[in-house]
Design a protein around this ligand. Structure first.
Ligand code: NAD
Length: 338
């Protein structure tokens, strides 16, 4: 089986190397086509952050496993990540946040398990970057929400919830203020919900959700949100389970899927071989499952969970009394536990 791989920027190459090393040791039957994509490609003069060869390889193979990519700074420059999601219409961003034994948090210490799935709309909202300066003191940003765009992500969320026999599907919104845009998203949610009578559904205003999420996160299961609110709530959820080092994601489209960590390029720790590869590894495990390679996925997942449970950790979390492992050593520990 062949997939496209983009190592990304910042900590991307370090964590990708660690994850592919684990895949190889686990005998994952995958061949990689490494594609040129990222800020470094943008700097070579490719305005969308990828070469034409990279684009056609990804379109031919249908699966992209990617490291984080830096958004070039400057007016009029679009995010490479947003461009990729739009180019291939990966309309749903599925992000899972689960309690991991050995990763101590306020909630794990209190015996409260967390198992949340955020489905973030991935291509609309304020991410069009349509902003302009009206006068010296007034700036405008346009927010686009469409009914077809809302329908496809909400339908994906319900199908996924049905498959995982979700306890609850919650639409998160700010329709009390953004009555037309979020109102359309919310109405679409309740209309589609009628086709899933076996599921418990409700909706909640985003600020109320944030408060409830930090007081009783165990009461939620699947959340579906518009793009910007989904982005912010995702990082909040990552904090509940130990940080961005543990949050995987999948960008789902009808023809192309992109698997990547929720976090960014972590410029503050790049090049030091200390980043936590777990989020990218969990994204890779989800990719293996998506490809039907369930036995390999289970082998890696079990070794990862056992490694964490045994108290081995990178420096971004864990017991300060035990020595932190660097990225490479942490990957080797996982392999030793196959
Ligand atoms: P970030 O997620 O890169 O970092 C936030 C904090 O979390 C930093 O302190 C960082 O050290 C830490 N962190 C993140 N991942 C970690 C890991 N695996 N192990 C240990 N610590 C980790 O967010 P940022 O600093 O706001 O963004 C940096 C760049 O990344 C920006 O250019 C941004 O646009 C880009 N970005 C890319 C993606 C993507 O490619 N999907 C996502 C988010 C941000």
């Amino acid at each position: 089986m062949e997939i496209a791989v983009a190592k990304g920027d910042g900590i991307g190459p370090e964590i990708m190397e660690a994850v592919l090393h684990i895949f190889k040791a686990a005998g994952a039957p995958l061949n990689y086509q490494f594609v040129e994509m990222g800020k470094w490609v943008f700097d070579k003069g490719f305005g969308n952050g990828m070469t034409p060869e990279a684009k056609s390889t990804i379109e031919q193979l249908g699966i992209l496993f990617k490291g984080p990519m830096e958004t070039p700074k400057g007016k009029g420059v679009k995010s490479i990540n947003v461009t990729a999601r739009k180019t291939w219409n990966t309309y749903a961003n599925k992000r899972t946040f689960q309690t991991l034994h050995g990763v101590n948090t306020v909630f794990s210490k209190a015996g409260i398990p967390i198992d949340l799935t955020v489905v973030r709309e991935n291509i609309e909202d304020t991410y069009g970057g349509i902003e302009h300066q009206l006068t010296e003191d007034v700036a405008i940003s346009r927010r686009i929400i469409t009914r077809p765009g809302s329908e496809q992500v909400i339908r994906y969320a319900f199908e996924m919830a049905r498959q995982k026999k979700a306890r609850r599907v919650t639409c998160v919104h700010k329709a009390n203020i953004m009555k037309i845009t979020d109102g359309m998203f919310l109405n679409t949610f309740h209309k589609i919900a009628q086709q899933y009578p076996e599921l418990t559904v409700d909706d909640i205003i985003v600020d109320d959700l944030c408060m409830k999420m930090v007081t009783r996160p165990e009461s939620f299961d699947v959340l579906v949100l518009t793009n910007l609110q989904g982005d912010i709530v995702s990082d909040l959820c990552a904090g509940l389970i130990g940080g961005l080092g543990f949050a995987p994601s999948a960008n789902i489209g009808d023809n192309i899927c992109i698997f990547e960590a929720v976090h960014g390029t972590a410029p503050d720790i790049a090049g030091k071989n200390i980043a936590n590869p777990t989020a990218l590894l969990l994204s890779g495990i989800a990719m293996l499952q998506h490809l039907g390679l369930n036995a390999t996925a289970a082998k890696i997942e079990n070794a990862l969970l056992y490694t964490l449970e045994q108290g081995f950790h990178t420096g971004d979390f864990g017991d300060k009394a035990t020595a932190a492992l660097n990225t490479t050593a942490f990957a080797e520990k996982i392999i030793a536990h196959f």
